[in-house]
Design a protein around this ligand. Sequence first.
Ligand SMILES: [Mn+2]
Length: 358
Amino acid sequence: MKMTWRWYGEGNDNVTLDHVRQIPGVMGIVWSLHDKVAGEEWEMERIREEADRITAKGFSPAVVESVNIHDDIKIGLPTRDKYIDKYIDTIRKLSTVGVKVICYNFMPVFDWTRTELYRELPDGSNALFYEKAAITDNPRDMVDRILAGAGEFTMPGWEPERLARLDELFAAYADVTDEKLGDNLRYFLERVIPVCEEVDVKMAIHPDDPAWPIFGLPRIVRNRESIRRLLDFVDSPYNGLTFCTGSLGTDLRNDLPAMIREFHDRIHFAHIRNVKVFDNGDFIEVSHRGQDGSVDVAEVVRAYHETNFQGYVRPDHGRHLWGEEKDCRPGYGLYDRALGIMYLLGVWDSLDNAKGGA
Ligand SMILES: [Mn+2]
């Protein structure tokens, strides 16, 4: 298990690499060129500059999250080939600076979805919250609320320019069923995976968040069956997963440790986070500790330990603690993610010790 930290870049994140150096056990920085919209070229110079900044502080730049997929690829428009060519160009460039894993998702229109960014928890901290009843037929309401709450920060998957064309985007997806979205993912993978094999970069798809359909949009990465299906699209270790317990854990029917044991040789990147799911289907993000939510995080770590997981892991979102929500990105403060790392490493180390040493 290689511990990493998601960082949004110089001047774009209130957490600095010097902060991250003081968290025990972090070897890598999960990064991206956050000003790039899907389909845009990633210049070699910019890639090198970012990778150099990360390695200069002693971290590995091996994981990129994300290189976003253009909507034309997901919709299956004739223009998709042009965007797939660009994607392949980015994969090749990233391979030259030591990138080994690219996290991406195949969610239509919205990346993750929440209805509130700063919902207060009983202990006075606050966190991202999803209220089922607040998801109406009109996605515009939710978009306005999220963008207002994000303040100064731009959020990946929530680009105001793209979401300004919301009606147009929904119209473009009107005929895209689960089946068709799957076909379009297969088409994309059939073209990129041979390149990934050649340059040794693994693709790691992130599950849909939350793990059910919203606004009538298709959803194809949300449970064991759908994951089996997409791994079969191209049967290569380079067609792999970002296994996010926070996303898959919103559906209590998902047996996360069992899924890790089944898919472990295709999991290249683990997002570990806890969510508390309420009886009415609402959920809130909570501390990493198993007792605090619906995900038994210690059992998740045990499944990785048992399968001798060699991939990258990061604490996913955290709560906002001690007033940090005034400065930090929603879900990406310093304190709770650092606490989460210590919990994950604590469980891992104790399992190592029980085995008689690492
Ligand atoms: Mn995640």
